[in-house]
Design a protein around this ligand. Structure first.
Ligand SMILES: *[C@@H]1O[C@H](CO)[C@@H](O)[C@H](O)[C@H]1NC(C)=O
Ligand SMILES: *[C@@H]1O[C@H](CO)[C@@H](O)[C@H](O)[C@H]1NC(C)=O
Ligand SMILES: *[C@@H]1O[C@H](CO)[C@@H](O)[C@H](O)[C@H]1NC(C)=O
Ligand SMILES: *[C@@H]1O[C@H](CO)[C@@H](O)[C@H](O)[C@H]1NC(C)=O
Ligand SMILES: *[C@@H]1O[C@H](CO)[C@@H](O)[C@H](O)[C@H]1NC(C)=O
Length: 263
């Protein structure tokens, strides 16, 4: 009788333990995919900058600079991603890199000439907006350390400003486009990279080259490859496809873990 009871109890406890082991910690931050953005826009010297505020317990001496894809501040998922980073405890500053000329996500195929659009937003122009936003974060918001997140188009600019003395201290990028080996070579702080198996803009050749450069430099880095993840997966995915949903959610946690550890 007693032995049976003990055995039953043991089975029950092992059951509870295995359930607990699978359950994510309740403090585990999550990315939101729908809802109303909670941040606000401010006109900072002519640039519209989306501000998303963390709770009162957040560390006031650091902040995250959000460098977006070509869909920019109008895209709901970008603002929700910024809000999600803020909910995880960081002040998030997200400038309109394109001065009202972001690519409309709903533009019918072929109506927008992307080549021409790119010539309207050359690297020097984006560099200048990123630099002035960094100055604003440090001088007007009194922030001491800046984490940079960059998605697609923005994935080129985090490495550029993670170079020595350029203003970003810790970086996270997902599926970067147009990223040059020289830009990876110039990285001077910790960098985490989320890569998609199906992304042709940052393919296996580019990822391995980046790993080789970062290893040779003894950079504190992480690269994570997500199976079945297409270009853009950390921002826009089909949530009905389990591998894409996992990639978006997990790359968000990857970013938070990175800043919690290194910023
Ligand atoms: C933003 O501020 C600048 C001056 O810094 C002003 O010229 C411009 O009209 C303002 N834009 C908007 C949309 O309020
Ligand atoms: C797109 O713009 C580029 C640069 O202005 C031009 O060379 C090209 O012909 C345009 N393509 C189309 C399909 O209009
Ligand atoms: C990756 O992209 C580069 C540049 O477009 C190309 O040269 C290379 O062959 C690609 N690698 C693979 C495995 O497709
Ligand atoms: C690499 O960096 C780590 C951490 O900064 C340091 O402890 C280690 O000595 C470095 N290794 C080499 C070979 O420089
Ligand atoms: C706040 O952030 C700064 C800069 O990232 C760091 O040096 C400091 O230790 C942090 N303070 C707390 C209480 O986490």
């Amino acid at each position: 009788m007693t032995m049976t009871l003990i055995r039953l109890l043991t089975v029950a406890l092992v059951g509870v333990a295995s359930v607990l082991a699978k359950k994510p910690a309740s403090s585990c931050p999550a990315v939101s995919n729908e809802g109303t953005p909670t941040g606000e826009f401010k006109n900072v010297s002519g640039i519209q900058i989306y501000h998303s505020y963390p709770g009162e317990t957040a560390n006031a001496s650091n902040a995250i600079l959000f460098i977006s894809d070509i869909y920019g501040v109008p895209l709901l998922q970008n603002k929700l991603l910024a809000d999600s980073l803020a909910r995880a405890g960081y002040l998030v500053i997200f400038p309109d890199l394109f001065k009202g000329d972001a690519v409309p996500v709903s533009s019918p195929e072929g109506t927008l000439n992307l080549t021409e659009w790119r010539t309207r937003h050359p690297t020097e122009e984006i560099d200048s907006i990123v630099a002035s936003t960094i100055t604003y974060i440090r001088s007007e918001l009194g922030v001491q350390r800046i984490g940079g997140v960059g998605y697609c188009f923005g994935g080129k600019y985090v490495p550029r400003f993670l170079a020595d003395g350029k203003g970003i201290d810790v970086g996270f990028i997902a599926h970067p486009s147009g990223l040059l080996a020289t830009e990876i070579q110039s990285i001077a702080g910790p960098i985490s990279i989320a890569a998609g198996e199906l992304d042709t803009a940052f393919n296996v050749t580019g990822r391995r080259a980046a790993e080789d450069i970062l290893t040779a430099k003894n950079t504190t880095y992480q690269t994570t490859l997500y199976a079945g993840a297409p270009h853009g997966f950390a921002v826009r995915v089909d949530l009905n496809i389990p591998r894409q949903k996992y990639a978006k959610e997990s790359s968000f946690v990857q970013a938070i873990r990175w800043f919690d550890a290194w910023l």
